[in-house]
Design a protein around this ligand. Structure first.
Ligand code: 5RP
Length: 219
């Protein structure tokens, strides 16, 4: 069972990895919302944030934090984000909040990815959480057929377009025995913008909020 206290604990622990005055990458989701709140309260300010979603941008600005474009920021020192599932090898499924493409871009541009989760997200094998795949709308049916060939059951996510104007297919029942290979395979389907496997560029540090404290896992 996900616990809000565990999320908050992991989020607050991530502050220790955020240097004062840095330009910081910030992800999306309820765990990150705790992180943004803690960042806003902190006495050592950051220079600015690069945000992975419109939702996080609104919260960052409300917390008094400047938000700048990745194109002007260049490479980032640190990226802090949550995940839907994580292994002890620091490979992830992300995209439950629909921000996977921008999250993947900001993670790729960052030297260190600090991932914050509650204990319910830690798994031995990825795939119980349906894998989100962001797709150009005109390719939806074609991509869905290819995902069925890979053994999955894609379901169109309700609730409108992503921040990039695309749709998301949530792929159920994939057997993710080799996350890196599957990540590449899905990326090669024409019409796929990004998929929620963060295996080729996983996290560098995983902070797992527990009732008793925070467990730190490194790559
Ligand atoms: C958004 C994400 C989130 O990091 C992921 O869905 C976890 O969310 P939460 O912290 O609310 O459990 O990938 O696209």
């Amino acid at each position: 069972m996900a616990s809000d206290d565990q999320k908050r604990r992991a989020a607050e622990a991530a502050l220790a990895y955020v240097p004062e005055g840095c330009v910081l990458g910030v992800g999306t989701g309820s765990t990150v919302n705790h992180f943004i709140a803690a960042l806003g309260r902190r006495r050592q300010p950051i220079a600015a944030a690069v945000s992975s979603s419109e939702a996080s941008t609104r919260l960052l600005k409300a917390a008094g934090i400047d938000v700048i474009e990745l194109n002007t920021a260049g490479d980032l020192e640190v990226y802090v984000d949550g995940a839907d599932e994580a292994t002890r090898h620091l490979q992830l499924i992300k995209g439950g909040g629909g921000a996977l493409t921008r999250e993947k871009i900001v993670a790729a541009a960052s030297r260190r990815f600090v991932c914050i989760i509650d204990a319910s997200k830690l798994v031995d094998v990825l795939g119980r959480f349906p894998l989100p795949v962001e797709v150009v709308p005109m390719a939806r049916s074609y991509v869905a057929r290819q995902l069925v060939r890979l053994g999955g059951q894609p379901v169109l996510r309700e609730g409108g377009a992503t921040d990039n104007g695309n749709v998301i297919l949530d792929v159920h029942n994939l057997r993710i025995v080799d996350p890196k290979t599957l990540e590449t395979e899905i990326n090669q389907i024409a019409g796929v913008v990004a998929n929620g496997l963060f295996a080729r560029r996983g996290a560098d540090l995983l902070l797992v909020g527990r009732d008793s404290g925070v467990e730190t896992l490194t790559a």
